[in-house]
Design a binder for this molecule. Sequence first.
Ligand SMILES: [Zn+2]
Length: 84
Amino acid sequence: MKLETIKKLCCPFDKAELTLTSITKDVDGNVIEGFLSCQDCKRLFPIIKGIPIMNPDEYREFKLEQPLLDRWQKSGHRLGGGGE
Ligand SMILES: [Zn+2]
């Protein structure tokens, strides 16, 4: 997904602005893997294979998201915007 497109996205729950964290980009600078995090409700929306996963909570596939979250944390990063 293109960076400009991602920047236009807002949180589907409260329409707040999202912060992009990119993990993997392709040669054109498109985000392949990463996260969008909401400032407001602190939800995290993974970007997997270039597609932001922004389903309502009950339709989210944590099986799909978990490997990405695990890799991110193992590489020494911390999730979310503010403390644990
Ligand atoms: Zn939100």
